[in-house]
Design a protein around this ligand. Sequence first.
Ligand code: GLA
Length: 432
Amino acid sequence: MRLAVFVLASALSAFALDNGLMKTPPMGWLAWERFRCDIDCENDPKNCISENLFIDMADRLSEDGWRELGYVYVNIDDCWSSMKRDKDGRLQADPKRFPGGIHKLARYMHDRGLKLGIYGDMGTHTCGGYPGTPLDKIELDAQTFADWEVDMFKYDGCYSNATEQEKGYPLMAKALNATGRPIGYSCSWPAYQGGLPPKVNYTQLGEICNLWRNYGDIQDSWDSVLNIADWFFENQDVLVPAAGPGRWNDPDMLIIGDFGLSMDQSRAQMALWAIMAAPLFMSNDLRTISSGARAILQNKMIISINQDALGIQGRRIVKEKSGIEVFLRPLSNNASALVFFSRRHDMPYRYQTTLSKLNYTTGRYKIIDVYTDKATELKDSTSFVVSVNPTGVVMWYVSAPADLSLHYFYRGGKPLGSAYHDDDNAVPRVFL
Ligand code: GLA
């Protein structure tokens, strides 16, 4: 009987992707949000989807300090291919815009310690109307990508139905695995199923995909960032357990360095994406990015929070009527990250709380403000104030608690009792 159950269970249990990749959220650059489907290379040679664009970004990643911080993927999105497959039925890059071909581009990346990602779609066509990879083309196209030495594949879902998706997404995982080349696999499947159970099976996704798009496309606006963040935190009870090393929820690209976000909003996107253990794919123009945006994207402490080895996705833990929200992500070594976020539109808000109100246990904590680098110490019971800008954040790295020092009281040599040394006073600590 037991054997029968076991055999049945293994027959039913889906195939598992086994590429060993993306134990921490993948980082890099992705063309879509910033460059879309610009194929007008005659009039817009700098910005059109062509090998030159990816070469330019690869040069910036490797020469401007990005690669060393972990930004290694250079990902092509839609509109890269020719409208026709070649004579053997294989996908091929548009010959005018990618005269060297994809394999050469992959080599260019590899020579610089970078990786190349590519895009396809489970339907008859990609969302942009280019040839798709429907069920009968899955094995062929997976092999083509492997032959080109591609390192990551995003499988979109336009022009496919639920039945095809149910077959196609696991089949692609199997086909990628069968090539023997480790290829990171990004599935848009849940975004096409509404992102939530019972339609979405996050256990299965974690077994077949390294990351998945749960929700709609990001646009270059604060509204869009807020809408996405709200959806992810409203559904955190479903999404948090789905994430872990090798399997990540993907709230879509970072738009820091583009046109839509203020500096405070840029710091907010970076902070919230780090709390969410989100993949960090920038979609911006690294050739012209401002030093302010670059500093946010290259913030080492935030990146190390995002890349924490435990891979636990963080949560929203407080939602105040005042419009202040607090987010917490547990980190390795008993540390944690805290984000204080303001939805307000008036002026910096002075939010007063204590670590114990945020569920921290008794102890003394070292705090580092990750955007100002200021360090301080706080007891769990000490009242403090953070000043949070409108649509901005304050983000802290909170180290493991140190024991509070006990003070002993004696009278006539006899112990009377003990109490925690209390350096508190009535005035809250202020962080500005
Ligand atoms: C969909 C995806 C986007 C992008 C476009 C390309 O909308 O969600 O991320 O890949 O298709 O056409």
